[in-house]
Write a protein that binds this ligand. Sequence first.
Ligand code: OAD
Ligand code: ZN
Length: 246
Amino acid sequence: MIFSERLLAELKKAGNVAVLTGAGVSAESGVPTFRDPGGIWEKFKPEQLANFDAFMNDPDFVWSWYQHRREIMRDVKPNKGHIALAEMENVFPNFNLITQNIDNLHFRAGSKKVTELHGNIERNFCMKCRTFYEEVDLNEKKVLKCEKCGGLIRPDVVWFGEMLPVNELRKAEESAANADVFFTIGTSAEVYPAAMLPIIAKRAGAYVIEINTKPTAISIELDEILTGKSGEILDELLFKIKKIRN
Ligand code: OAD
Ligand code: ZN
């Protein structure tokens, strides 16, 4: 992969680097994306399962779907892309990783600071008293009730029609606005407000790079497009970054 002189110059001097990731960064780990052929939306209609009414109508069914997805996600491993991004945290003075993914792979790869815009499938909370439940037995196929108040326990993920967590969104917007360099990686940039972040960064003067296997809805607005698999490109990029920054 050829990285432009401009990109390397920007990365050499950057103090604030922010990254937005989407399902594509986990594709090389074997987690299906949403909108690619063979993606989750071809098999299920998440709008019908990942929403409040579906859960209230048939909590056991929706719960068992999430338990199934957890089984898939716990079986996969972080890839070179997740690992490179975890290392970049140690390279740049201020590095902000923002993800739309709920698969927990950034944390598992060693990232310490991750802004999760759409929640995390490994977490659950009681809908009545908001007690959090992190460790859940995957054999529990029926929805769980809160030990404290008996309320229904739901996954801590953003469902269709729900707002993004306010603090996370604010933090992500701030990171985008303050970035010297901003990467948008493995996301189709079709779902807002996350898709707005690269544009916020661009308008605030950041150098904005997209890493994706194909063009997206916002490619044309950005500074540099790196076409290929994010795991491979990020691994090579980290190697370059370490060379130019010491
Ligand atoms: P999408 O499935 O919409 O997009 C995945 C992107 O990854 C596409 O642009 C692919 O071209 C790209 N891609 C696939 N394999 C790749 C690879 N190896 N390397 C680099 N890029 C690759 O997924 P998202 O953009 O993450 O929200 O979807 C955004 C949101 O839509 C999700 O967070 C989810 C869904 O509604 C919620 O559940 C709230
Ligand atoms: Zn409770």
